[in-house]
Design a protein around this ligand. Structure first.
Ligand code: HH2
Length: 269
């Protein structure tokens, strides 16, 4: 899954693709590099980020979704917590809703996803982006994230979303310390045992910088290491900024463990 951030303030590529044309060109490039999904987002979720109005978010993402949906074979995912943005993006050709609040922030989001029969990615986050990194504490981070994801999956299914349309994500970096992120990656098989596709987003995140001392753009090796280990432990969707590098790494990893490269079959979703 390639990241297309149409934002001025995203943590690793903020501002680079803020103009519609630049974002569309970037999405085309990532699709050409082998992304099976393009995740288009108009609001940064980095710690302390300022909220964006629905009108502004729509202005940013809708032309990009429209242009890419008619143009690339990759499925289009809309990275939003707002039902109005998801509804418009799905009408414009998106087929996946990536909701980092796991259907919690907007009470009407669940209806939009269910009505449209969209795939939805439910992610674990402690609290909300503004405050999530204020002293995150867990007794057992993996058990708590797993319980949360099971509860959100049950909520989605009870509201009419097909279980087969739900992907789950432990939310690396969302209300977690370095140790929490590493523990989640180390024990990712426990999350995979829930039985839904697991999405993992480690791409260029700050915990990689804490381990290596590298700045955002220099964190691709760390992104690859964590993604390959997550793959080995059962993850099947990798939300990344650097698609070509990840694709090669995962192709080699899949051949090594003797598993079919599962991400190639998610294209149509
Ligand atoms: N991470 C980010 C945003 N959305 N969605 C899912 N499902 N999983 C993630 O790990 C995830 C996500 C943060 O990365 P980025 O989009 O690069 O930054 P920003 O939120 O600042 O735009």
């Amino acid at each position: 899954m390639g990241v297309v951030n149409v934002t001025p303030d995203s943590f690793s590529d903020g501002g680079s693709f803020f103009a519609t044309d630049a974002a569309v060109a970037h999405g085309r490039r990532l699709a050409g590099e082998g992304a099976d999904q393009l995740d288009v987002g108009g609001e940064s979720t980095r710690p302390g980020a300022e909220p964006v109005s629905q009108q502004e978010e729509l202005r940013r993402v809708l032309p990009v979704v429209e242009a890419l949906a008619g143009d690339v074979s990759a499925a289009i995912s809309i990275d939003t917590t707002k039902a109005g943005v998801a509804r418009a993006a799905l009408a414009a050709g998106a087929t996946i809703v990536n909701d980092v609040s796991a259907l919690r922030f907007d009470p009407t989001m669940v209806e939009v996803v269910a009505e449209r029969g969209a795939v939805c990615c439910l992610m674990h986050m402690r609290g909300e982006p503004r405050t999530m990194q204020e002293e995150p504490r867990y007794d057992d981070v993996v058990a708590e994230v797993e319980a949360f994801l099971e509860q959100r999956l049950a909520f989605a299914v009870a509201a009419g979303i097909a279980e087969s349309d739900v992907w789950l994500d432990p939310g690396i970096g969302f209300g977690k310390t370095l140790e929490h992120n590493l523990e989640l990656l180390r024990r990712l098989d426990e999350i995979a045992r829930i039985g839904r596709p697991v999405v993992v987003g480690t791409s260029r995140k700050s915990f990689l910088g804490r381990l290596t001392g590298r700045s955002e753009g220099e964190r691709v090796p760390g992104t690859i290491a964590t993604s390959v280990l997550a793959y080995e432990r059962g993850a099947s969707v990798f939300r990344v900024h650097d698609v070509a590098e990840l694709r090669d790494a995962l192709t080699v990893a899949a051949a090594t463990v003797g598993r079919e490269a599962a991400w190639t079959s998610t294209k149509s979703r």
